[in-house]
Design a protein around this ligand. Structure first.
Ligand code: HSE
Length: 386
């Protein structure tokens, strides 16, 4: 109530009691931008049961309870729109549901968290330190109240659960999304990526092959010529590959008050259009396919691997033979001396391998005494056409 606002608002229109809104027959639409999960869910269910349409920007809520809230909305002939929950001002949800309704989407790759994209851009381009850039992202208002959900990849995972549920017409729960954040990325990883012609981004990947899908979020190397590689600072983009349309990319501001407000008010306009046509509550489509998730043996990618090894005769030959046991060969390889005596650093990019085989290779490498440490291992994407 006492919050300072940039526009004048008649005090008589303000309340801290949600029931004042739910019980008012003159109110048709509730716009929820307060955040929170369990309490907010009960309030929205109450609003729907009181026949109020809902517009929400709440990705945490929609990633966890979206399907049940949409069913509740349909049962009450109400609309429930949530365009602002993914990628701020980019109309990606309507892009998937309406714009690409005629196509079969096989892959989506998203930079859907502005904070981490800002951090990785500043670390790669200016050599800035992680903590300094995180602080700057918080001051600029990109980060969540608790930035752990940004840097751990959870915020991006929530958005990927929402995107893949719509894009693949299959209920993907937050727990189905494998997540790795950016906290372990070192300056060395970023420098080697650049040396090898790649850009490191936090990428949400949703891919379908046949009936099965994989949804994950992780630091990923992209060729510097890939359209997502030039999405910098706090910007977001979702690259969508459809069987008929081929490659598309939706780009824009993923956070910030005006971009988010654009999405929220566009949803409101859609509710009003539906009211005029008398068709509210009919646009939520139930997922068409049963959930079928790929296992690690079905997920293939190239990988960037950085190792610290003893600088001894035969070490490279032995590493090569561990990889070739699993049918994996190298696309690129760098070997450089380290400051520590008799140690060197090997950085390699593999050809395509399954996640399952990569894990087995990592296990064997860690048991091999000439390998001092597996410093990092990241996916490489964006080099194959689907
Ligand atoms: N913390 C989020 C981000 C805000 O950095 O993208 C928008 O969801």
């Amino acid at each position: 109530m006492s919050k300072e606002r940039q526009v004048p608002v008649d005090d008589r229109l303000l309340t801290t009691n949600p029931n004042d809104i739910f019980d008012d027959p003159d109110i048709d639409v509730v716009i929820e931008v307060m955040g929170g999960i369990e309490e907010t869910r009960s309030l929205l269910v109450k609003a729907l049961r009181n026949k109020k349409h809902i517009v929400t920007a709440n990705k945490d809520l929609m990633a966890l309870h979206g399907p049940e809230l949409l069913l509740e909305a349909t049962a009450n002939q109400c609309d429930l729109f949530y365009e602002a929950s993914v990628a701020g001002g980019i109309p990606i949800l309507r892009g998937l549901v309406d714009g690409l309704a005629s196509d079969r989407i096989t892959k989506m790759m998203g930079i859907v968290n502005g904070t981490t994209n800002f951090i990785l851009t500043k670390m790669s381009k200016n050599g800035s330190a992680y903590e300094d850039v995180l602080k700057e992202a918080q001051e600029l208002g990109y980060a969540e109240a608790d930035p752990t959900s940004d840097v751990s990849g959870l915020d991006a995972a929530r958005k990927m659960a929402i995107l893949s549920t719509l894009g693949f017409s299959m209920t993907i729960d937050l727990d189905d999304v494998k997540v790795q954040g950016i906290t372990e990325i070192s300056k060395d990883d970023l420098e080697y990526s650049q040396k090898l012609g790649y850009t490191m981004k936090l990428i949400g990947i949703a891919s379908r092959y046949g009936e099965k899908v994989e949804v994950s979020v992780q630091p990923t190397l992209l060729p510097e010529t890939h359209p997502l590689a030039s999405v910098n600072d706090e910007y977001n983009a979702v690259y969508v590959y459809g069987e008929a349309v081929g490659e598309t990319m939706f780009y824009g501001p993923g956070a910030g008050s005006l971009p988010t407000a654009t999405a929220v008010v566009s949803d409101l306009v859609n509710v009003l259009k539906n009211m005029r046509l008398g068709v509210n509550g009919r646009s939520a489509v139930s997922p068409q396919y049963p959930k079928a998730l790929k296992g690690p043996e079905d997920v293939y990618a190239k990988f960037f691997i950085r190792l610290h090894v003893s600088d001894e005769v035969g070490v490279l030959a032995n590493i090569t033979s561990i990889f070739s046991e699993y049918g994996v060969s190298f696309d690129k390889i760098l070997q450089l001396p380290l400051k520590q005596k008799e140690s060197s650093e090997i950085v390699l990019i593999t050809h395509r391998a399954s996640l399952f085989n990569l894990d087995r290779i990592k296990q064997e490498l860690s048991n091999y005494e000439m390998i001092k440490e597996i410093k990092s291992a990241y996916r490489v994407e964006g080099e194959e056409l689907l």
